[in-house]
Design a protein around this ligand. Structure first.
Ligand code: ARG
Length: 445
């Protein structure tokens, strides 16, 4: 069982491209520095290309005896070009090799997540633009609070994903240094050009401390932190769709593409994809905790525990990619049931704050008292089974004589949203401006 517990090839074979790329940069540098003869370096480099072709065509063989992708690539290289392959690993250890491969892999994962989130933002922008003045209830405590627009609500998620992308960008900038050349832990006596390998691999430069280089997995944790936080946002959006798609709400009809039928109840259309996005966020957060627990007690430098860094990162990447794609599809294809949203906003006395604000503004009444008067108006409307704007003026004046006809100008849900013109507010004019600014930002990226 030693072979089974020791081997990482079943999962780290996913890094084969990064591994070969790192090796090519390494051997090119060894050749230029005269550490390996120019001819040998050229042979090795061409051999690595052949191995890449082989892996691309046939996949990576899962040979547990070869332990990991690094040993496996080298053994395929030896099978291809013979004993000269043995010169590749000069001035290198699997410790700096894996640290480099994994950074390259995580960097790609960051770029993919960033692009996918950009597409999700575009989907949100398009739907927000369509619905910049579609009224829906805004909630606190999941109780109808004040009317907002659907465009404003969707743009809230645009902001969350903008922050997620900024976190990914931070993580990318911080991780973009190359550990290759740190060797096993102490550096090497060979005259390496670490700047050259770093730049060949798209890094900003080499890492500064060899011990730290081979034992640092902060870059993976930074990625997982950003991924976990992003998954929380995806989960919240997914939860909105689950709630909105429920019959009592009926705010949205999910497309067939992003929902499933029930095998027994023909009337049902279940939001499975949204539920899975919600579920996956738990697993992505679990991946972060998993790697934190792996790292927390490790002395310098490399310990084999660190081989356990990859499964959680790979899993988080896969689940995040699926979740972003699913939410993008749902946002793009959902049918919003605007009449239901409007009716819910109107049914919930959502303009009560507008009445209180009007009393303050027009009647000079202190807000606390205005709040109390409004409470009585809501109670009266509720008792009569009507909306606030359907209360006759006589009924309102019976509650407080200072109320006059002008109050009807603020009691409708449209008047309410139109009045929320403060920066960042839900007034359609503001929402349109926010969308325009966001679009400009996307174009300038
Ligand atoms: N498969 C190993 C990992 O993923 C590579 C490094 C092995 N280094 C060693 N000294 N055993 O971490």
């Amino acid at each position: 069982m030693m072979r089974e517990i020791n081997a990482s090839i079943p999962f780290d074979k996913r890094m084969w491209q990064q591994d070969l790329r790192g090796s090519k940069a390494h051997v090119a540098m060894l050749g230029r520095q005269g550490i390996v003869g120019a001819d040998d370096a050229a042979t090795i480099s061409a051999g690595l290309d052949q191995v890449a072709e082989e892996f691309a065509a046939n996949g990576v063989p899962e040979d547990l005896a070869l332990e990991d992708i690094h040993m496996l690539s080298e053994s395929r290289l030896a099978a291809t070009i013979g004993p000269v392959a043995g010169r590749l690993h000069t001035a290198r250890s699997r410790n700096d090799q894996v640290a480099t491969d994994f950074r390259l892999w995580v960097r790609d994962a960051i770029d993919q997540a960033d692009a996918a989130l950009g597409a999700l933002q575009d989907a949100l922008l398009a739907r927000a633009e369509q619905h910049a003045d579609s009224v829906m209830p805004g909630f606190t405590h999941l109780q109808v609070a004040q009317p907002v627009t659907l465009g404003h609500h969707l743009m809230a998620y645009f902001e969350m994903f903008a922050r997620d992308r900024s976190r990914l960008k931070d993580a990318r900038a911080r991780m973009n240094l190359c550990p290759l050349g740190s060797a096993a832990l102490a550096g090497t006596g060979f005259n390496l050009d670490r700047e050259a390998t770093a730049h060949a691999l798209g890094f900003d430069g080499p890492t500064r401390n060899s011990l730290d280089s081979v034992s640092d997995r902060d870059f993976a944790l930074d990625y997982l932190t950003a991924a976990a936080q992003c998954s929380l946002h995806l989960s919240r959006l997914a939860e909105e769709f689950v709630i909105w798609a429920s019959q009592p709400f009926g705010f949205v009809a999910l497309s067939d593409q992003w929902s499933t039928g029930s095998s027994i109840m023909p009337q049902k259309r279940n939001p499975d994809a949204a539920e899975l996005v919600r579920g996956h966020s738990g697993r992505i957060s679990g991946a972060l905790v998993s790697l934190m627990m792996t790292m927390k007690g490790l002395p310098l430098a490399y310990s084999k525990d660190m081989q356990d860094d990859k499964p959680p990162v790979f899993e988080a990447h896969d689940l995040l990619g699926l979740s972003i794609a699913a939410m993008t599809g749902m946002v793009e294809s959902a049918t919003f049931r605007l009449e239901r949203m409007r009716a819910a906003a109107e049914a919930g006395f959502s303009t009560a704050t507008d009445l209180a604000d009007w009393l303050v503004r027009e009647g000079g009444i202190p807000f606390r008292e205005a709040h109390h008067i409004t409470g009585r108006a809501v109670a009266k409307a509720e008792a009569d089974g009507i909306r606030l704007d359907q209360l006759p003026i006589a009924a309102l004046q019976e509650i407080d004589a200072r109320i006059d006809e002008r109050v009807y100008g603020v009691l409708s849900v449209d008047a309410s949203v139109n009045s929320r013109t403060s920066f960042g507010g839900t007034a359609p004019s503001r929402v349109r401006a926010a969308i325009a600014a966001a679009r400009k930002g996307r174009e300038e990226e």
